[in-house]
Design a protein around this ligand. Sequence first.
Ligand code: ZN
Length: 248
Amino acid sequence: MDDIARLAEVLEQSRSMVFFGGAGMSTESGIPDFRSAEGIYHQKLHRHFSPEEMVSHSFFVEHTEDFYDFYREHLLYPKAQPNDGHRTLAELERMGKLTAVITQNVDGLHQLAGSKNVLELHGSVKRNFCMDCQAAYEMEHVAAGKGVPRCTRCGGIVKPDVVLYEEPLDSQVMEKAVQAIRSADTLLIGGTSLVVYPAAGLIKYFQGQNLVLINKSETKADEWADLVIHDAIGKVLKAAMDMLAARS
Ligand code: ZN
């Protein structure tokens, strides 16, 4: 049996599947992994900053304007739309097979595709708050302007609800993610190389039958998985779903 047929069988059997996804989930929606972006050489400071450094808390505090330049160029994709992968996962939730989507992405595309229970480990570009008066702002408020986005009420800095490097993850979201994985019969991991914290750590809570890994390149966890498919996640999920639909 080929890999897509095996995956279709797993989808058919599952009743409490959890999906865990990373940057590769959104590349088919035209959003590249910001870690693949060029860093910048800071003329004034005579030093080079990596993409990870540019989305760190200390960079945000010390070079706020440069942070927003990088953020607008590499993390904000206001026109991005969900792909087949997002749509298939939303459909699996409607069918009562999938209980949660856990994502490292901040683009909000799972919700846009119709997923309800989405645990965003690193927050979302769709939520933005004034650091002084906590007023909420749409993504457009940050995307449209130049320089540091300001609160129209009090002039404070409007900060995206995105977990920056050096900032702690939301412990409630983490706890829900652990609970979902603990009670899952299938753990489907897609579009992540599993090197970004806390991905690798979460897998160890899984006690179910099927660990499925779908990623374009090899991952550290390939050897533990029951099924490994090295291909684009959206394409693979849609093919398996189409096969499942054709059978029933
Ligand atoms: Zn304010």
